[in-house]
Design a protein around this ligand. Structure first.
Ligand code: ZN
Length: 150
């Protein structure tokens, strides 16, 4: 059976780990109904993916799908090894928009962050808007919920 995780990352990719990270982890664990939860602080920008749940990536301006090859090329260009990712500006081939990897529309959600909090999910659905708001109050910053499946 696949492993499922409920994950939250800050919407601002520059956001540092908040002092309330452990409280955030505990609150997420309670929502997930598990004691398997953790805080991961990379101290540099990483891509927080959705694993096998991946469907598509689209331009945030015109909605055109971003080809996998194009996306991987940009990922390679933005990867700075020990330094993590830098979100460079890229010109979308669909509509010539200046964009960056974190601004694209990921379905389901994925994103770039310096840290995440995750909890194993044994069968409930994704976090709803009220739950994300409750977690944001603890975190003190806007959050993006991600469902990971491996
Ligand atoms: Zn476009």
């Amino acid at each position: 059976m696949a492993d499922h995780f409920l994950v939250v990352i800050p919407r601002d990719p520059k956001a540092d780990l908040p002092a309330s990270a452990n409280a955030l982890r505990d609150a997420l664990a309670t929502l997930a109904g598990t004691d398997e939860a953790r805080v991961k602080d990379y101290g540099k920008l990483q891509f927080i993916d959705c694993g096998e749940a991946f469907e598509s990536i689209a331009c945030q301006s015109c909605g055109e799908e971003v080809a996998s090859d194009q996306w991987h090329t940009w990922m390679d260009e933005d990867w700075h090894g020990e330094d993590g990712f830098h979100l460079h500006r890229h010109k979308a081939p669909c509509c010539q928009l200046e964009t960056n990897l974190n601004a694209l529309i990921y379905t389901p959600p994925q994103g770039f962050a310096r840290w995440f909090v995750s909890a194993r999910n044994k069968g409930r659905g994704p976090l709803d808007a009220d739950e994300v708001r409750a977690l944001e109050k603890i975190a003190g910053v806007p959050l993006q919920a991600i469902v990971q499946r491996y």
